[in-house]
Design a protein around this ligand. Structure first.
Ligand code: PGA
Ligand code: ZN
Length: 397
């Protein structure tokens, strides 16, 4: 019953309407499905995803025939996939093809072990806490950058909700805040559109304006600058104005003083190491998170290096940046063992797979980025968190 009997990949559409892949895999009485998201503001060190057609072909013609009859075991199958691919960046088979298989194998393994997915994941990593911790919700409610035609200065403006103790409370609070934000933008007569991650977008050239709006509604905010997206000729071009690394750093320090900003992701371009280092030093006393995303790309070696050099104090985790679950869990463990926080993240092109909700609870991540509930592909992650909270209450009875 623990041998893979069937493995098949086919095309589905993501939240942007672009093609991606889903894998169906069976062992014994169990069948699972896994689908793979896609990013738009990608880091250059990310593993390479191939087109949906090519990755599906690679699964159905190369990977699947060799998987049939193999034991359902995430460690050995991930090792097998990495060596079958044979490249450093998974460009041969495609990181998206490999991840679809990897998630499916993990889901099957959890079913065979008769455990909820989050619980099974928790057995694969060393835990920092004895009790289950829910992630804080980092919810991108104002979309800018490449996710909304660069209308707002930075890529993502987020509410941070929850305290790790429960999940229904913060999700309800998110609904209320999102309605309030909509009302406020209407009163201010903003011409609003929806961005890629289900948040609002409007045109503003004023760096402080989004912070003013959000801080009137909630007292814990985060941003993802995605600094690499507007880095040209050694300058940061923010809504038509050019800033040096030092000037941009000064802007962040000022924002932290004026607004309840607790976390800044990718403040600079992925190779601007001095920018990261100086900002971490400057913001340490304020206990602000400096989060690596395009800088670290869920790559264990890059995370290790960035921690050693003091470039970050938190790490964004996106499984499709690296391609296997085993490497993703390693990236998380390295981060946690160094005493740093992880934030598990969706991509701007999402699918209906709720896997990252289980991953966030299973590893005890500090945060989860999953966008607003106004796109079905993001809402399923919140629905799954609510289900996990119920599963937990049942198991504690
Ligand atoms: P992406 O953006 O999924 O478009 O790469 C998300 C992020 O930068 O965190
Ligand atoms: Zn990011």
């Amino acid at each position: 019953m623990d041998l893979i009997q069937k493995c098949n990949a086919y095309k589905i559409k993501d939240s942007r309407g672009e093609e991606t892949l889903e894998v169906e895999m069976s062992a014994g009485e169990f069948t699972v499905w896994a689908s793979v998201p896609a990013g738009k503001s990608t880091g250059s060190r990310e593993a390479i995803s191939l087109s949906a057609d090519d990755s599906i072909k690679n699964i159905n013609e190369i990977i699947a025939p060799q998987l049939i009859g193999k034991k359902v075991n995430i460690t050995t199958i991930d090792d097998f996939l990495v060596s079958l691919d044979g490249t450093k960046n998974k460009s041969n088979l495609g990181a998206n093809a490999i991840l679809g298989i990897s998630i499916a194998v993990l889901k099957l393994e959890a079913k065979i072990a008769n455990q909820p997915l989050w619980k099974y994941i928790s057995t694969l990593v060393s835990q920092t806490s004895d009790s289950v911790v829910f992630p804080r919700l980092f919810v991108n409610v104002l979309n800018g950058g490449v996710h909304a035609d660069f209308k707002l200065p930075f890529q993502e403006y987020m509410f941070v909700l929850g305290n790790g103790m429960n999940i229904v409370g913060p999700i309800n609070q998110l609904e209320t805040l999102f309605d309030q934000l909509k009302g406020k933008l209407k009163v201010e007569e903003k011409e609003i559109e929806m961005g890629d991650e289900g948040g609002f977008s409007f045109k503003s050239g004023d760096i402080e304006e989004p912070f003013k709006i959000l801080s009137e509604l909630h007292n814990s905010l985060a941003i993802d600058v995605a600094g690499g997206e507007f880095f040209e000729n050694d300058k940061y071009n923010v809504i038509g104005k050019k800033y040096s690394t030092e000037e941009l750093s000064g802007i962040y320090q000022n924002l932290v003083k004026k607004f309840p900003l607790i976390s800044i992701e990718d403040p600079f371009s992925e190779n601007d190491f001095n920018g990261f280092k100086n900002l971490v030093t400057g913001l340490l006393k304020d206990e602000v998170l400096v989060v690596g995303d395009d800088l670290t790309t869920t790559n264990p070696q890059m995370i290790e290096k960035s921690i050693e050099r003091g470039l970050i104090n938190a790490v964004l985790i996106k499984p499709n940046q690296i391609g296997t679950i085993t490497e993703t869990l390693k990236a998380i463990e390295i981060t946690h063992q160094a005493g740093l926080k992880t934030i598990i993240s969706h991509r701007s092109g999402e699918t209906n797979d709720s896997f990252i909700a289980d991953l966030a609870v299973g590893v005890g991540a500090y945060g989860l980025k999953s966008g607003t509930m106004h796109q079905a592909e993001r809402e399923v992650k919140y629905d799954r968190l609510i289900e996990i909270e119920k599963e937990l209450q049942i198991s504690q009875r």
